[in-house]
Design a protein around this ligand. Structure first.
Ligand SMILES: Nc1nc2c(ncn2[C@@H]2O[C@H](COP(=O)(O)OP(=O)(O)OP(=O)(O)O)[C@@H](O)[C@H]2O)c(=O)[nH]1
Ligand SMILES: [Mg+2]
Length: 552
């Protein structure tokens, strides 16, 4: 039998193992040969079209501008709130679709405020003050000097305390239930156990020594989920029980270990699907009716948390309006109005059966971030081309900061938030550290970080509304920052002082003096004001980005 003609590549490279492997069988029939050649030609066509697709994507990626932004700052500085403002501006439909899911968080914020009040006014809290003066310090309590809390005063007794406690007892179970609903079954396992330094050595990441966190996709740390394990709420230490309250509660825990677990802040990672229980999807009969108030919704479901809240509404209002309660909170120096997730002035609206959160409620709702959450937006540039913005919202608590560094490498801009109203507060997770000190240290280490030398930085001196209220109420900055001296204690002088202080830290320590750098005085819960600031941030970032593209 005649030997089939050698394929050209065969002739060239018989010793090539790949060519040998691809060599057709020696006794190939003409029909088999034709079939093989057809298959080979089809495979070649497919392979070429994949190559073409890949190269097109690569080209697209090169030409389609992309901007990466990191939101940084200590816990409760306002990072997630800033992100919500971006969503409001650039993904409004999705933001509004999610509003109903925030109902659970807002309920929980409200219930926790009630518990903080009850714990603070309980007669037992005086014993704790006497025995354990400085433990269990809430984040919003006044501290007497940099770091040391002022002794709490016993003062006024609340005559109706027992009555309030009894009437509000159902909220105890509701709190545990809301936490269970917000958490997913697997979340408990993800409680971060690492003890990390406040200021991780981010530079070690650049030298390849960064091995503290589990590395996930893209070589970045895998995000963690943390919801206080429900067992701490099922434990005999009952959140609302007068006989078991320990110290003053705080929004995120206290230095007292037992109260720390019961007060641990609820935090949910985006992967935990916390929105599912409160979305409208399964409840509305006709989606259209959502706009006409005709929906048959959660208020028809007797198991919905709103019923417990609604039945406790009167007692909540009485508690909050009671002058002896107000005085007691003042004596104990608990300024609840300043704390995260404050809804006490809207009890009637929020506990109404048909309560539907508005935009402002969502901005005020507090849910602590764990890990790093990526959000994408298409934002038009000056030429109306869609630019892909990736914004990373990180957890700011000290045990979360180790996860920031892997994002430093390819980020274009950082929005750093420093809550300047917090000059008289301490970190929830570390009551020995003044919040403003912590913000300044963080700021210094970021601006001097060589990995970030080419990154534009926008500084938000945030919570100016709270700063204004605090100064007006007579709290003196010089009491906490002796450097401030006898300058006027008004908003204009104090905000200028912070503007100058943070600005000069940048000037002295920056890794690159000519980077794009801008400072804004912000109140990121204020939509109108923040929209304007975001617009200017957008312009700065796009300008800096274009410049770097041209330089490349
Ligand atoms: N009054 C007022 N409240 C603010 C401001 N910025 C943020 N908040 C509130 O402060 C709380 C904490 O804000 P978040 O945005 O959750 O803080 P975060 O920086 O994301 O905190 P972590 O996730 O723990 O790192 C929320 O209840 C916000 O509504 C502000 O400028 N003024
Ligand atoms: Mg957050």
């Amino acid at each position: 039998m005649a030997r089939p003609a050698l394929e050209p590549n065969r002739r060239r490279s018989l010793s090539d193992p790949l060519a040998v492997a691809l060599r057709p069988p020696p006794n190939e029939s003409p029909a088999d040969r034709e079939k093989r050649l057809l298959e080979e030609s089809e495979a070649k066509r497919v392979s070429e079209s994949i190559d073409e697709m890949l190269s097109r994507e690569k080209k697209d990626k090169k030409t389609k501008p992309e901007v990466k932004i990191l939101l940084l700052g200590q816990s409760e500085s306002g990072k997630s709130t800033t992100l919500k403002q971006f969503q409001l501006m650039h993904a409004r439909a999705a933001f509004q679709a999610d509003r109903i899911a925030w109902r659970a968080v807002i309920y929980l914020n409200l219930v926790r405020s009630i518990r903080r009040i009850l714990d603070t006014i309980s007669p037992e809290s005086d014993q704790i003050d006497d025995n354990d003066e400085h433990d269990g310090e809430p984040a919003s309590i006044i501290i007497s000097a940099r770091g040391r809390p002022a002794p709490a005063l016993s003062g006024t007794r609340v005559a109706k305390y027992e009555q309030y406690r009894r009437q509000l007892e159902p909220l105890k179970d509701l709190e545990a239930r809301l936490i269970r609903m917000l958490s997913s079954p697997d979340d408990d396992d993800d409680e971060p156990t690492q003890v990390t330094p406040k200021q991780p050595n981010w530079n070690t990441y650049a030298t390849g020594n960064f091995n503290r966190v589990a590395i996930g996709k893209n070589g970045r740390p895998t995000p963690v989920i943390s919801i206080p394990p429900s067992r701490s709420y099922d434990s005999p230490i009952s959140p609302l029980s007068p006989s078991t309250s320990h110290g003053l509660p705080s929004p995120g825990g206290s230095s007292n270990s037992s109260s720390r677990s019961k007060n641990a802040e609820v935090s949910v990672h985006h992967t935990s699907n916390w929105k599912k229980h409160f979305s409208l999807r399964d409840r509305i009969k006709s989606p259209k009716s959502a706009h006409t108030n005709e929906i048959e919704g959660w208020w028809d479901d007797p198991t919905d948390p709103v019923h417990v809240l609604n039945s406790c509404s009167r007692a909540m209002l009485d508690l909050w309006k009671d002058p002896s309660v107000k005085q007691r909170l003042k004596d104990k120096r608990l300024r609840l109005e300043e704390s995260s997730g404050f809804f006490m002035d809207e009890i009637s609206r929020i506990t109404a059966l048909r309560y539907f959160p508005n935009d402002q409620d969502v901005l005020k709702a507090r849910l602590k971030t764990m890990g790093v959450v990526e959000h994408s937006f298409i934002i038009p540039d000056a030429q109306r081309r869609g630019v892909n913005w990736k914004i990373y919202d990180v957890g700011g608590a000290t045990n979360q900061r180790h996860a920031w560094a892997p994002y430093f490498e390819d980020v274009n801009a950082i929005i750093f938030l420093a809550p300047i109203s917090a000059f008289d507060q301490v970190l929830t997770e570390d009551p020995a550290t003044n919040r403003l000190d912590d913000s300044m240290q963080l700021w210094k280490s970021l601006v001097s970080n060589k990995l970030l030398a080419n990154v534009s930085i926008i500084l938000f001196l945030n919570k100016i509304d709270l700063l204004q209220a605090k100064l007006k109420s007579g709290v003196r900055l010089s009491h906490y920052m002796p450097h401030y001296g006898d300058k006027p204690n008004d908003y204009a002088s104090v905000s200028e002082y912070f503007y100058h202080t943070f600005g000069s830290i940048h000037q002295r320590f920056t890794a690159r003096a000519d980077r794009e750098f801008k400072i804004h005085l912000t109140s990121v819960t204020d939509t109108h004001r923040t929209a304007k600031i975001i617009q200017s941030v957008r312009d700065i970032i796009i300008k800096a980005n274009l410049r770097s593209l041209h330089l490349m």
